[in-house]
Design a protein around this ligand. Structure first.
Ligand code: BLA
Length: 291
């Protein structure tokens, strides 16, 4: 597919139009130097948007329109910690040869361990994933480190983009975002202060993981340079990583500890991967790892 005619902008447009009647979005100020950027190669452009709302701590979007043919969307919505709603996550990396797709309502709590959280948010949403199971099939091996941040409805897929696939992905994005909006609208504030503390830590753990290990970092560094990429990651994409909690990457993920005290550069330490979808149609975890 010719990527020149293709863009993720309409995904972002849809999300903003859909959310506006449902809450009050206000722009969230962020560093001037992270606003719309041009990559060092002079070709790719980066577009950023950032908002907050009463139940949403941070709704932000980074889209990259690149050359040679590359399109990226990293769109996420992080709830206020008083609400235990999942994190909306649309993460699409597309070149003319391959698209790598993660679309999910990322759980705050590991659903393989906390079945109450899974029941609360995902049981009713299983038909949503089933709608796309065949059209956007499991994208082969995914590390167990990433999997623990995914829900039973995750769309994890890899394919070479065609106009048909693009339409399916757009439909899936719309459905998933609408489903997330319903959860957001229904959410009631935690009455228990301890619940808020737990939600806050869970979100901080997620931000710490992605600020430390997101697979896009290398390319981002290549596009805008090491320093700006670091600022983009910590002050924009995963903003909150330095303020929502005080634990460090190694506090949450001690298995990455190197003898000299540094963080192991590898993305996966456990070295296990899920080659097939590890949940059944009802959302039960059925495992089946491969190394
Ligand atoms: C690849 N991005 C990936 C992969 C995943 C994700 C699973 C496949 C490689 C892997 O399994 O590690 C996304 N991983 C996630 C998400 C979570 C997670 C969303 O654990 C959530 C918990 N991606 C971006 C941006 C860029 C980008 C901004 O968000 C580029 C600027 C690129 N993603 C990107 C690239 C790859 C990738 C280049 C392939 C790189 C590789 O596999 O090493």
């Amino acid at each position: 597919m010719d990527l020149a005619a293709f863009s993720y902008q309409k995904f972002v447009q849809f999300a903003l139009e859909e959310i506006q009647p449902r809450t009050t979005l206000s722009p969230r100020p962020f560093q001037e130097n992270l606003k719309d950027l041009r990559a060092k190669d002079g070709n790719a452009t980066l577009h950023t948007l950032s908002f907050k709302a009463p139940k949403i701590r941070h709704l932000r979007s980074l889209s990259i329109e690149g050359s040679p043919a590359m399109q990226v969307l990293d769109f996420a919505a992080f709830p206020e910690p008083k609400f235990d709603i999942p994190i909306f996550c649309a993460n699409f990396f597309t070149t003319s040869a391959l698209s790598i797709i993660v679309l999910d309502l990322n759980p705050l709590y590991d659903v393989t361990l906390q079945s109450d959280y899974k029941e609360k948010f995902y049981r009713g949403l299983m038909p949503l994933y089933q709608k796309y199971a065949e059209l956007l099939p499991w994208g082969d091996k995914i590390t167990s480190e990433s999997l623990r941040f995914f829900s039973p409805i995750v769309i994890w897929s890899k394919f070479s983009l065609s106009p048909e696939k693009h339409d399916v992905l757009y439909a899936a994005f719309k459905d998933y975002f609408k489903a997330w909006l319903v959860l957001m609208e229904l959410a009631v504030e935690a009455v228990d202060e301890l619940q808020t503390v737990c939600n806050c830590e869970a979100q901080h753990k997620y931000l710490t993981w992605r600020a430390g290990k997101d697979p896009g970092h290398l390319l981002l560094k290549r596009l805008i340079g090491e320093n700006l990429a670091r600022e983009m990651i910590r002050h924009f994409l995963f903003e909150g990583v330095d303020s929502l909690g005080t634990k460090s990457f190694l506090d949450y993920f001690p298995e990455y500890h190197c003898e000299d005290g540094s963080i192991n550069q590898k993305r996966s330490i456990i070295g296990k991967a899920y080659k097939t979808r590890p949940w059944d149609a009802g959302g039960e975890f059925i495992g089946s790892k491969s190394t």
